[in-house]
Design a protein around this ligand. Sequence first.
Ligand code: ADP
Ligand code: MG
Length: 272
Amino acid sequence: MIEVKGVNYTYQPGTIQEKVALRNINLEIPSPSFLCIVGANGSGKSTFARLINGLLIPQVGDVIVDGINTKDEDKLWEIRKNVGLVFQNPDNQIVGMTVEEDIAFGCENLGLPPKEIEERIEFALKAVGMEEYRKYPPYLLSGGQKQRVAIAGVLAMLPKYIVLDEPTTMLDPKGRKEIMEIIKNLYEKEKKTIILITHHMEEAIWAERIIVFFKGEIVAQGNPKEIFSKDELLELWGLNLPLTTRISKCLYERGFNLPHPLLSPEELALWL
Ligand code: ADP
Ligand code: MG
């Protein structure tokens, strides 16, 4: 479990550029679970992601990962190993000359023996459906494929928690769909705890629990049905359901047989 207790985070405290990014954040993330964090730009989502894997340390309050406080410097590597972070732009995360080299990178940093790294690469490639691309140079891949490689690199380190910070934002609809399928699998099959940060509201439908950040504070939490019923508040928080998603919601509420109430534009097009 990840426990976030009374956390405040301020950038450049005590300077003229001081910026309070998070205020009084309290949250418990059980394992396994699938949590989604939504919020407008600047609401503190990325700061939160960096706090829970110990990249940032709160000035006030505590972040405790499986009993270890991120303030305990001696054990920080343990936390980083357990909480994998996937970022928005796959190009900034790829370091290897080939897909397999890239996936191996994190494991090599953990100092694992080559045989074990080999096994983990195989497992990770399979989990993201990229077995055939093992020897490919990453620059030949699509955005969605690169993001799958980035996820595989994190996965190979066998983290218990995977934080994905807007992982589909740079991708086309096809890439977004691929990544969402993989994320669902990681939760359902691999029993990972998923913390998905997104502002594509229709992606949040897959989570068990949604947390809404607004100006550095948690303003709402609940299951997708509870959150998506707050139409007016969502607007206030700067969160828009795409028009087509709102249409599918109306159809669903009127008894049409949709697979789920919040279809993405692409899904709605298929359904129509
Ligand atoms: P989000 O991911 O929701 O867009 P962030 O966590 O990136 O939000 O940012 C929260 C607030 O902190 C914003 O007002 C942002 O401008 C500020 N901020 C983020 N990173 C820094 C930084 N390195 N230095 C100063 N302010 C920052
Ligand atoms: Mg962000």
